[in-house]
Design a protein around this ligand. Structure first.
Ligand code: FES
Length: 118
């Protein structure tokens, strides 16, 4: 079942900023990059650091603990994937993607699509 949840209003998260929002008792992060909204899991896939304490670098979010970076659009690990040797496949387990949620804007409402619970 897909659920659209109004998590914020457009003017509540300025471009270049992010905020934590709670949906069904779960925390997500809503980020605004140049007027486009992205919703991601609140905890880093590496060691569960709170990403709200991290930094936005364009379309990337940087974790405050070990500085891993993830693409807000896809969840892909950007760093350290870009510096890990490709022949050391056991390192892959450290590069889990960040979960991303589809976002829609309807009027002033920012809606996050939640499927099958969180
Ligand atoms: S907990 Fe986020 S990089 Fe390690």
């Amino acid at each position: 079942m897909v659920q659209l949840v109004n998590v914020a209003w457009v003017d509540e998260v300025a471009p270049g900023e992010m905020r934590a929002v709670d949906v069904n008792e779960q925390r997500l992060i809503l980020a605004n990059v140049e007027g486009t909204f992205y919703a991601i899991a609140a905890d880093c896939p590496h060691r569960q650091a709170p990403l709200i304490q991290g930094w936005l670098w364009g379309h990337a979010i940087e974790c405050p603990w070990h500085h891993y970076r993830y693409d807000l659009r896809t969840g892909e690990n950007l760093y350290p994937r870009n510096v890990y040797p490709t022949d050391l496949t056991y390192l892959e387990k450290d590069l889990n993607p960040l979960h991303c949620y589809p976002v829609q804007v309807e009027g002033d409402a920012v809606l996050v699509e939640i499927s099958g619970g969180l």
